[in-house]
Design a protein around this ligand. Sequence first.
Ligand code: GUN
Length: 295
Amino acid sequence: MSARIIDGKAIAAQVMAEVAREVADLRARGVVPGLAVILVGDDPASASYVRGKRKACEELGMRSETVHLPAHTTQSQLLNTIEELCTAGWAHGLLVQLPLPGHIDEKVIIEAIPPSMDVDGFHPVNRGRLTSGEDTFVPCTPAGIQELLLRSGYDPEGRHVVIVGRSQIVGLPLAILLAQKRAGANATVTICHSRTRNLAEVTKTADILVAAIGSPATIRAEMVRAGTVVIDVGVNRVEDPSSPKGYRLVGDVDFAAVSQVAAAITPVPGGVGPMTIAMLMKNTLKAAKASLAGH
Ligand code: GUN
């Protein structure tokens, strides 16, 4: 049997259309939602993500500005750029693309972003709010995964969600989000990681299995029970001389094999990725709406 392919691109397009309507309403009231993005250095994957974010803003009629700083930028120069963008006044959301060069302390940078502009949801204040079940900016990839599940008919309520990966950006906040006592969540959540014993035994108990590991084809068919819904967060570049770019993107899941046992599966690309950007747009809209309410 072959799994249903969950079309993240199509579902993200629905979210984008909803956001576009609200952006048009705000613009009619004289507010143009704005997103400032800072990219430090020349990592090709980061540059590609940042281009995707700018393109999405343009598509929606939001203002977007990318500040591209060289890899040797100092921490204090980066802090100054954040300060400048905050005081310029046009931006409602601000994000610094990660990872940063090794000489810059990511924690210091994230904490310099005002929580009200932190559309990534990475500031400790926003993490705390999420953990407390308060209204906040939910990190975009976890928010996108929840939306993808709900809109494709897989409500996590009462289900066993097994998350492989405990990163601050995906695994950990997703676990908190899906365990919340509220509609669209209420899941039983297990987090697995590099020290988990008998990983396959745990992953085989999942109703919904989320792979957020960061290494290609790590989830194999024998780790997945028939009927599981598989969400693949991985975006790994693997060499492919037959591709014009010299590489292709693969997920953390062995797609060909796992799609023979799973009930449903997200592809890479075209699964979680487009949802992440759509949720960033939604968070930027939320920041713009909040600024309106504050005046
Ligand atoms: N690097 C990988 N994912 C993300 C993200 O969601 N936001 C930022 N700022 N950097 C990232």
